[in-house]
Design a protein around this ligand. Structure first.
Ligand SMILES: *[C@@H]1O[C@H](CO)[C@@H](O)[C@H](O)[C@H]1NC(C)=O
Ligand SMILES: *[C@@H]1O[C@H](CO)[C@@H](O)[C@H](O)[C@H]1NC(C)=O
Length: 266
């Protein structure tokens, strides 16, 4: 297709002995934010009016892929993918300046992928590909206490899901210093990336810890304050003995006392 286009364009240039037109687009993928509007750049060079040309935008990676069609000086979007209905626009004013950029409003996660902009006149056509990545902010992270180690450390786990692309995850102390985390698990499901980030903290002055998740356009974080000391080894020993005797009631009571005394979730 590319070679054919090239050969055809060269022949057209030779025969018509006019300027050789070409379609140009962005070199790098576009990073869009879900919910916001996006312009997919596509223009003819040198500057030539596209008002009488056919401009077709379509998805490369799906079948029945029409996103927007302009021909005979009007939009013909009957065959358009349903999810794009009412969200696409070409500007006639801009077409006159050779600008066939597509305006896409209220970007969705499903808009991510490769698009082609195909511009066609009577004796010439050319196309370019525009890649779109849609940033989706995941859920506000949740911090849980996974356990306690022999040295008095507390294992904290920070979880969040629904991200696209994969976010960066950090644990920070109260001064904003990055802490070395032990483990990061990342999974991808239909809702996007899910991350699970673990750390063991010790009661050593700093008792406030932040779990921060970040993309280019999004940041979210949650903190946990660990005040005072929960005597965990002791706590577990007591639990084991008491579990033998009173099982559930006491376990619940002690857990509550310990949380009240020791650990505050924000
Ligand atoms: C293209 O030409 C039109 C009219 O001649 C002009 O208004 C416009 O600014 C030009 N665009 C560029 C990118 O040079
Ligand atoms: C092309 O048109 C779009 C709107 O359709 C506009 O946002 C963009 O700035 C235009 N590009 C140029 C180079 O004029």
């Amino acid at each position: 297709m590319k070679v054919m286009t090239f050969i055809k364009n060269v022949l057209v240039c030779l025969f018509h002995n006019t300027e050789c037109l070409k379609v140009v687009g962005p070199a790098a993928p576009l990073l869009a934010v879900a919910g916001e509007d996006l312009v997919l750049p596509c223009s003819i060079q040198p500057n030539t009016s596209a008002l009488d040309m056919r401009v077709e935008w379509f998805r490369v990676d799906v079948t029945d892929s029409l996103v927007h069609l302009y021909k005979d000086q009007e939009d013909k979007n009957e065959g358009q993918i349903l999810s794009y209905r009412g969200r696409t626009a070409l500007s006639k004013e801009e077409l006159q300046k050779g600008n066939a950029s597509l305006k896409l409003s209220a970007v969705r996660a499903s808009d991510e992928g490769a698009y082609k902009c195909l511009v066609e006149a009577k004796s010439w056509y050319d196309d370019i590909t525009v890649n779109v990545i849609v940033e989706v902010l995941g859920t506000h992270p949740v911090i849980t206490i996974e356990g306690y180690d022999n040295l008095g450390g507390i294992n904290l786990v920070c979880e969040s899901r629904g991200w696209n692309p994969k976010p960066e995850v950090w644990w920070l102390d109260r001064e904003g210093v990055t802490l070395t985390a032990e483990d990061t698990e990342t999974h991808r499901d239909t809702e996007g990336f899910q991350v699970k980030h673990s750390i063991t903290v010790y009661d050593s002055g700093s008792n406030r810890f932040y779990c921060r998740l970040q993309q280019k356009h999004h940041m979210t974080e949650r903190d946990i304050i660990i005040s005072g000391k929960c005597e965990f080894q002791h706590f577990f020993t007591v639990l084991v003995i008491i579990d033998f005797i009173f099982a559930v009631v006491f376990t619940v009571t002690i857990t509550c006392v310990c949380q009240k005394k020791g650990i505050i979730f924000n």
